[in-house]
Design a binder for this molecule. Structure first.
Ligand SMILES: Cc1ncc(C[n+]2csc(CCOP(=O)(O)OP(=O)(O)O)c2C)c(N)n1
Ligand SMILES: [Mg+2]
Length: 368
């Protein structure tokens, strides 16, 4: 038998507004009206400022570990902008910008990273799932939510965000396999920032693109400049339309970069060259959007100054609200896992604030 090619694939890359200010009008026009672009820029600026403030809160002991979103604001924001407000937004932890656009209060996110889980209890009104710190778990939730939506005959689709590292987890492969084989309306958005903490993409994925991991499951894929609001909006619109009208999943690789450390518990200088960071600073989504707005005479330095004042007021007020929310009682730790608390855990609950954690004697001494 002769050898013959049974599959040849091509992956397209979409870039509409690049870091040099080149704008592809054929692809971009009509995608984001000017007034919306100004609002989107402001949304990215407020998210960026929140990052700065959160970093300082952590350093001054007022917040636990925090993952800065800096540099990755465009992808989730474009998705939240393009999707219906009742489509599921199923994120990990670098999608604050999209969540805020959806209406998730800033103080909820702050509260979560301050160690109060009530911050992660998303209101049903926002159609957003709790931010997922366990890597990869949320992609399965997205497949499940999309499946439920299909089963109920709803038009709601699910859009999930995850990192390049997460595509090495079994969860990704299970979610992709499920979504593709059951024809589920899922938009898979991988924010490829080239690093999974200190593990570089080069030793994490031997394929030339992450996008082709979607092709392996029979999903159409697009790679986009993930720092380009227009390209991200274009891709999510394309994938959302396919999900809504054909009930099929798609995969989008958003090529981006985290300009900060992995989290406040990390020091990226130990494994990343400053030269690499400097290249990506020039590709910053805020910088290019601002330049584009200025070019269109929609923005100038006085508008920028006025916006910075607004952003500071907004973020400072959110921090104040988050810090003023009374802490939950410590015993809450034990409250949501069991209908009836096992005896050993009851001892722990009753003794944890004494000198003798989980000791029966101490519990008795305390009068329990
Ligand atoms: C199941 C699981 N394993 C390991 C970790 C520790 N961990 C936290 S972030 C991370 C790397 C994630 O990389 P990537 O998916 O590329 O996301 P990024 O942080 O770069 O946005 C790891 C391994 C975790 N949170 N959950
Ligand atoms: Mg990564």
């Amino acid at each position: 038998m002769p050898r013959k090619t049974v599959l040849k694939v091509e992956i397209e890359r979409v870039s509409i507004l690049d870091e040099h200010g080149n704008y592809d009008a054929a692809l971009g026009d009509g995608l984001i009206p000017d007034a919306d672009l100004v609002r989107l820029y402001e949304a990215m600026a407020s998210c960026r400022y929140l990052d700065e403030v959160a970093f300082k809160l952590q350093r001054s002991g007022r917040m636990g570990t925090y993952p800065q979103n800096m540099g990755q604001e465009a992808g989730s924001l474009a998705a939240a902008y393009v999707l219906d407000n009742e489509d599921w937004l199923v994120t990990c932890y670098r999608e604050n910008c999209g969540l805020f656009w959806r209406g998730v209060p800033m103080e909820s996110i702050l509260l979560h990273w301050m160690g109060d889980e009530r911050g992660n209890a998303m209101s049903r009104a926002h159609f957003a799932t709790p931010i997922a710190v366990p890597i990869g778990t949320q992609m399965l939730h997205a497949a499940g939510l999309a499946w439920a939506s299909k089963y109920r005959g709803e038009k709601r689709i699910a859009c999930t965000f995850f990192g390049d590292g997460a595509t090495s987890e079994g969860d990704f492969h299970e979610a992709a396999n499920f979504a593709a084989n059951l024809d589920l309306p899922v938009v898979f958005c991988c924010q490829n920032n080239f690093w999974a903490i200190s593990t570089p993409g080069s030793i994490q994925c031997s394929a030339p693109t992450v996008a082709q991991r979607g092709i392996a499951y029979g999903m159409p894929c697009l790679q986009v400049d993930g720092n380009d609001l227009f390209a991200c909006a274009y891709a999510v619109k394309w994938a959302a339309a396919r999900a809504r009208t054909e009930s099929k999943p798609s995969f989008i690789e958003m090529v981006t970069y985290r300009l900060g450390d992995h989290t406040t518990a990390d020091d990226a200088r130990r494994y990343r060259d400053q030269a690499e960071v400097d290249v990506w600073k020039e590709r910053d989504p805020l910088l290019r959007t601002r330049r584009h707005l200025e070019q269109k005479k929609l923005w100038n330095s006085s508008k920028e100054e006025a916006m910075q004042v607004r952003v500071k007021t907004e973020v400072d007020a959110a921090v104040k609200r988050a810090e003023e929310i009374p802490a939950p009682p410590v015993a809450d730790l034990f409250n949501s896992m069991y209908a009836e608390l096992p005896a050993q855990l009851a001892y722990q609950r009753d003794t944890m604030q004494t000198h003798s954690l989980a000791s029966e004697t101490a519990a008795k001494a305390e009068g329990h």
